[in-house]
Design a protein around this ligand. Structure first.
Ligand code: SAM
Length: 256
């Protein structure tokens, strides 16, 4: 894989979070099984964009499917690399980890599946970034290859509450985590800082921004980037997408 220039992107710098990511991240119910099933169907090497600590990529590699995982964060990749080594010599060669920006990368040999799990796509802050990411994915796919990704279904109640509070919000989360943030409705951007209180009293802070995407916006983006939507689910077990769904789970095919 070839990556373009790495630009420091403070809107999604996972480095400070990498060491405690696995402890605090459960993912979305069923996501590992969902992406693993698609990978087994694809058969060959697959690409995971925003591979992080390998939470999803490792079980796929363990199931026998090679994964090319790209991520902007060196620290997240380092955790993934250590975990792959710990699993053993049959699995670690099946996980190729590359530091690259999801908006600028290319493969030497196309693949049958590209995935962008766990809302990573929302780290694209502009329509140009969103399109650049989708265009890289399309270029990496074989004719008829698939792209699978999941993002939040924007929560109207959360957005309305943020609006009443002048855009600011603050709340405790489970596991001694404090959340502070704001939401800008016109930009569709949620900015969040999590403060993790460690046992020795040390506090780890992780700040990130997500640009929310609505259902038909995603449909238009996929069409503009040369994809045909195959399915939209409301979760990772194939439920129909509806108002109450917390997630939008998309499968799209490269259009040729
Ligand atoms: C929510 S985590 C998901 C990690 C993993 N896929 C999982 O499901 O646990 C998002 C990941 O996207 C990465 N990321 C954020 N912006 C990126 C970019 N522009 N290019 C590549 N990776 C990026 C972060 O470093 C982080 O590892």
């Amino acid at each position: 894989m070839k990556g373009g220039p790495i630009v420091s992107d403070q809107r999604a710098n996972y480095d400070p979070y990498a060491a405690i990511y696995d402890e605090h991240t459960l993912g979305v119910t069923g996501d590992v099984a969902f992406y693993r099933a698609l990978a087994l169907e694809a058969g060959g090497p697959i690409v995971e964009v925003g591979v992080g600590t390998g939470r999803i990529a490792l079980p796929i590699a363990e199931a026998g499917v090679p994964v090319i995982g790209l991520d902007l964060s060196r620290s997240m990749l380092a955790v993934a690399r250590d975990k792959a080594r710990a699993v053993g010599p049959t699995v670690s060669p099946r996980l190729a980890l590359v530091q690259a920006d999801m908006r600028r990368w290319a493969l030497r040999r196309p693949v049958a599946l590209v995935t962008i799990p766990f809302r990573t796509f929302l780290h694209n802050m502009t329509a140009e970034d969103q399109l650049a990411t989708l265009e890289c994915a399309r270029a990496a796919l074989l004719p008829g290859g698939r792209l699978a990704l999941n993002v939040f279904n924007p929560d109207i109640a959360f957005i309305a509450a943020a609006g009443q509070a002048g855009g600011r919000r603050r709340r405790p989360l489970p596991g001694a985590v404090e959340e502070e943030g704001s939401y800008e409705p016109t930009a569709q951007i949620a900015r969040t800082t999590w403060s993790f209180r460690q046992s020795g009293g040390r506090v780890v802070r992780f700040s990130f921004a997500l640009r929310y995407i609505y259902r038909y916006e995603m449909e238009h983006l996929l069409a503009r980037a040369g994809f045909v939507v195959e399915a939209l689910f409301g979760d990772h077990v194939g439920s129909v997408f509806e108002e109450r769904s917390t997630e939008m789970v998309w499968i799209a095919r490269r259009q040729d």
